[in-house]
Write a protein of this length. Structure first.
Length: 366
C-alpha cells in the first residue's frame, strides 16, 4: 500500500467521531458496574442459601451407609433449573438421587410432582426401598420411580390400547424368530430375510469372533442372537436406516462387512414388520411416539412434573435426550436433576454416547 494512502487513512481515522457519545459511555460503564454488583449479590445469596439448607436438613444427609460427602450434599440442595451433577463411578450416584427425592418432599413438593428415572430394575427397586422406608408411605406404588423403559411406556399410556409383548425383549424375540425361519415372518418379509440369511452364512464363514465364541460356553445360536439383538438395539436408538448402514461399510474388513450387511437386512425386515403392526413394536417406537406427542401438544408434558431426577445420564442416547426435552420446554417450570459420569459407559450396548453427558450442558442449559 502506498505511503500517502496510509497517511490519508490515518488522518480520516483520527477525525472520526467517538463510537458513543460521552454520556452514553458513562451510562454503559454504570450499567456494567450495576450488573456486576447484582451478580456478586446473586452468588452470595446462592452460597448462603446452600449453607442454610445444609444446616436445616443436616439429619437428612446421615444415612445407614454413612454421611453423604460435601459435594453430594451441596448438589442435593441446589435448585437451578437444570442441575447436571458430574459424579464418577462409585461415588453414590443412586444414593444422591434418592436423597434429592427425599429433600424435595421434605421441602413440601408432593410425591406426584416428583419422578425419578434410572436404567436398571435393581437401581429403581433400591431407590423405592430407601424412599419407602424413609417416608413411611403405605405402598411403593405411590412413588414415581421408573426405569427409562417403564417411564416412557407410562407417559405414553393411553395412546395405545394394549401392548401384547415385552418391549424390552422385542428385538431378541424378532432375531430368534428370523433365525428359526418362523413361517409367519418368512411369508411376509421373504426378500429381506433371504438376504439376511445369505449374508449371515457368509459371516459364519469369515467371522473369527463367531468361531472363537463357539469354542466357549456360548452356542453358535446364542452368540448370533445376542450379536444381532445388540445390532438392532443400536440401529433403532440412533434411527439408522438399512441403506445408511450399508453405505458406511468398508470392504477391507470381510467379517464386519458380512455381519453388518446381514444385520442391515434383518433391520429391514424388522422395519417392514413395524409398518405392518398396529401400535409400538419396541422401545424406540415408544420413545418416538412420546416425542411426537410432546411436539404436537407441548402442554401435555411441560406441566406433568415439578422435578425430574435422572440416574446414569451418561448412558442416554439421542432419543432419550429428546424425550426428556419434551418436559423442559421454554414455558415449563420443571426442574431437572441429572446425575452422570462422563467416563463411565457400562450400558454401551444400548447405543449410549459418553459425549452426551458433556454436550447435555448445551441441551439443558443451567
Amino acid at each position: 500500500m502506498r505511503r500517502d494512502t496510509v497517511s490519508a487513512q490515518r488522518a480520516t481515522t483520527r477525525n472520526r467521531p467517538e463510537v458513543l457519545p460521552e454520556d452514553d459511555e458513562q451510562w454503559v460503564r454504570e450499567t456494567i458496574a450495576t450488573y456486576n454488583a447484582y451478580t456478586d449479590v446473586l452468588v452470595d445469596y446462592n452460597e448462603k442459601f446452600v449453607a442454610r439448607e445444609l444446616e436445616r436438613f443436616a439429619d437428612l444427609f446421615d444415612t445407614e451407609d454413612g454421611s453423604l460427602n460435601d459435594a453430594q450434599q451441596k448438589a442435593i440442595v441446589r435448585n437451578d433449573r437444570h442441575n447436571l451433577v458430574d459424579a464418577s463411578a462409585g461415588t453414590g450416584k443412586t444414593l444422591t438421587l434418592t436423597h434429592r427425592f427425599l429433600y424435595l418432599h421434605r421441602k413440601g413438593v408432593p410425591l406426584d410432582d416428583i419422578v425419578a428415572v434410572t436404567y436398571t430394575n435393581d437401581a429403581a427397586e433400591e431407590m423405592k426401598d430407601r424412599i419407602t422406608n424413609a417416608l413411611d408411605v403405605e405402598s411403593e406404588d405411590q412413588l414415581n420411580v421408573f426405569t427409562y423403559h417403564k417411564f416412557a411406556i407410562d407417559v405414553v399410556g393411553s395412546a395405545f390400547n394394549s401392548v401384547d409383548f415385552d418391549l424390552k425383549n422385542a428385538h431378541k424375540s424378532f432375531v430368534q424368530r428370523a433365525m428359526s425361519n418362523d413361517p409367519a415372518l418368512v411369508n411376509r418379509y421373504e426378500d429381506a430375510l433371504s438376504k439376511f440369511h445369505e449374508h449371515h452364512r457368509r459371516f459364519k464363514m469369515v467371522g473369527t469372533e463367531y468361531i472363537d465364541a463357539c469354542r466357549g460356553e456360548k452356542t453358535r445360536r446364542e452368540f448370533c442372537i445376542e450379536k444381532y439383538k445388540k445390532f438392532l438395539d443400536n440401529a433403532r436408538n440412533f434411527s439408522l436406516s438399512p441403506g445408511e448402514i450399508r453405505s458406511r461399510l468398508i470392504d477391507d474388513d470381510p467379517e464386519q462387512h458380512a455381519f453388518c450387511t446381514a444385520g442391515s437386512w434383518l433391520l429391514q425386515a424388522f422395519l417392514d414388520h413395524a409398518d405392518n403392526t398396529d401400535g409400538p413394536v419396541d422401545f424406540a417406537d415408544i420413545l418416538h411416539s412420546a416425542i411426537e406427542m410432546g411436539r404436537a401438544d407441548p402442554d401435555r408434558f411441560e406441566s406433568m412434573f415439578e422435578h425430574i431426577l435422572l440416574d446414569e445420564f451418561q448412558d442416554a442416547d439421542a432419543m432419550v435426550i429428546e424425550f426428556i426435552q419434551q418436559f423442559l420446554g421454554e414455558m415449563s417450570d420443571t426442574r431437572l436433576f441429572a446425575v452422570g459420569d462422563d467416563w463411565q459407559s457400562i450400558y454401551g450396548f444400548r447405543g449410549s454416547d459418553p459425549t452426551f453427558s458433556s454436550t447435555s450442558r448445551n441441551d439443558f442449559p443451567v
